[in-house]
Design a protein around this ligand. Structure first.
Ligand SMILES: *Cc1c(COP(=O)(O)O)cnc(C)c1O
Length: 495
């Protein structure tokens, strides 16, 4: 399988090259030149397999320059830190089927891909040679940063640097990143919101001066954000796996369509589901769920993408995003033209908005349904899920669960719906507790104690361990200072 860029379809790179570079020099994202065929025959071959084998097979569809043995080895190693079933499907009463993606070391779905990415990347570097170490640069709205740090800590030949919005992540997320261990890691808060962080990181990535300075110090950039195809590919796997689980448990027959509902920020997780569909997964509808930052809701309904709107800080911080990177891949797939993508993203950069054609909008509305949930509705959904099922949902999953109810009421569609459950509720304990009991301003640790006694379910060990850990990183920067910080870290002997 070859890859090219959403802004240059003349490019021709291998999977290893796409993963190693992270983002194309033209500013576009790497996309597969075509979609591999993975219909019912492929799915039925996955049915008897454990999760890690399903994941390796799915990766093999796209990453044909890696051997099946390589991918199986990576998957075994990546998912060894998870329980036996890395991504189970759980029925949650009238809210449908939750695909629990947060059983990994940092308790958010980002682990599903970021435990895998270091293997794919070091494998790519071994294939490509070149001699430079890999400097991972990551902008995070909270969960990617910690998951990337855990994935890359002390991986030989790599260094990882994480930038998060200083006032835009939860207390627990900040603590998770600040206490990160490892000799090759560096973490900074940045003044501004996630979009400022992400825009600055993308600029640094493609800045020839910074790249030359980095190379002189022995390093080349790559990305752990979902702009990297190596992040997307492992996410495609769990949608195939969820479908298999529903077949195996008799909820659907092989060939039946399902709906897929995703709490969305950077559009990576839902794009992975769409890519699974493009390969042959039977999907009826994608439900794109947003919090008050509803830029995607408007776009998917009207074809108008506009940054001229307020930015809200919400109880689901990992979805507080206006510049939704992976949407570029969907638009490319639907319009099929690198020139059109370039034109649209040129307009986004200069005017802060664009409109897709009626033809593209028609394709979108056929397949996607979108809505947003307010803060109050999100809290009420957490309370409703708990009252009905004695099940704790985190704030992000609750956004999707609440939007699912709106979808079901608006359409009457009874197709079985898989909702991506993206974080362990104990990652956002104060907000979850307030939603259920109304207790306000409870500290995070007190909230954890209260939730444990309320539910009888213990908080995950990696979260509880944070209480005792030493905080190593407290620095903050302006976005104008990020490039210098990168070069300073590259000069550092660490790693
Ligand atoms: C990152 C994240 C999301 C959003 O996922 P995208 O791929 O950016 O759309 C949703 N929920 C949680 C808990 C996350 O960490």
């Amino acid at each position: 399988m070859r890859f090219f860029s959403t802004r240059n379809a003349g490019l021709d790179v291998t999977g290893a090259q796409a993963i190693s570079k992270g983002i194309s020099d033209d500013g576009g994202l790497f996309v597969p030149a075509s979609f591999p065929e993975a219909g019912l025959g492929f799915i039925s071959s996955l049915l008897p397999l454990p999760y890690e084998k399903r994941a390796a097979r799915t990766l093999g569809l796209f990453l044909t320059d890696y051997s099946a043995e390589e991918l199986e080895g990576y998957a075994r190693a990546a998912y060894s830190s998870f329980p036996e079933n890395a991504a189970p499907v759980v029925k949650v009463g009238s809210f449908g089927y939750f695909l629990e993606l947060w059983r990994g070391p940092t308790c958010a779905f980002k682990d599903m891909a970021l435990q895998m990415l270091p293997h794919l990347l070091t494998g790519a570097n071994a294939k490509l040679g070149g001699g430079l170490g890999t400097m991972i640069l990551t902008a995070t709205s909270g969960d990617t940063g910690k998951a990337a740090l855990e994935g890359f800590k002390d991986v030989p030949g790599t260094k990882i640097m994480v930038f998060y919005p200083a006032d835009g992540v939860s207390a627990m997320q900040k603590l998770q990143m600040g206490t990160q261990e490892g000799g090759n890691v560096c973490v900074y808060g940045v003044e501004g919101n996630f979009d400022d962080c992400q825009t600055a990181v993308k600029r640094i990535f493609t800045d020839p001066g910074v790249k030359a300075g980095l190379a002189a110090r022995g390093w080349a950039f790559s990305s752990a954000n979902s702009i990297n195809f190596g992040r997307l590919a492992p996410q495609i796997a769990y949608y195939f796996s969820a479908y298999c689980d529903l077949v195996n448990s008799g909820v659907i027959a092989l060939g039946d369509r399902i709906n897929i509902n995703v709490p969305t920020g950077n559009f990576g997780n839902i794009l992975a589901a769409y890519y699974a569909f493009r390969c042959g997964l039977p999907v009826n509808r994608f439900i794109c769920s947003s919090n008050s930052n509803d830029v995607l809701t408007e776009f998917l309904k009207t074809g108008h993408y506009s940054l001229h709107r307020p930015f809200y800080t919400t109880v689901s911080p990992s979805m507080d995003i206006l510049v939704s990177s992976n949407l570029e891949r969907l638009i490319f797939d639907l319009c099929g033209s690198d020139k059109e993508v370039k034109r649209l993203y040129g307009m986004l950069a200069s005017a802060g908005e664009f409109d897709v054609s009626d033809e593209v909008l028609g394709k979108i509305t056929q397949l996607f349904w979108a809505d947003q949930l307010s803060e109050d509705e999100t809290k009420k959904t957490i309370a409703d899920i708990f009252a009905e099922n004695a099940y704790l949902a985190d704030t992000h999953t609750a956004v999707a669960a609440g939007v699912y109810k709106k979808y079901a009421a608006a359409t009457g569609d009874a197709t079985p719906c898989v909702t991506a459950s993206t974080a362990n509720p104990y990652k956002f304990p104060a907000a979850v507790l307030e939603a259920i009991t109304g207790e306000k301003d409870c500290g995070e640790w007190e909230a954890i104690d209260r939730l444990e006694s309320l539910t009888g379910t213990p908080a995950p060990a990696p979260i509880k361990a944070l209480r005792e850990k030493e905080v190593r990183f407290t620095g903050t920067l302006k976005d104008s200072g990020m490039a210098d910080a990168v070069l300073a870290f590259a000069s550092d002997r660490a790693g």
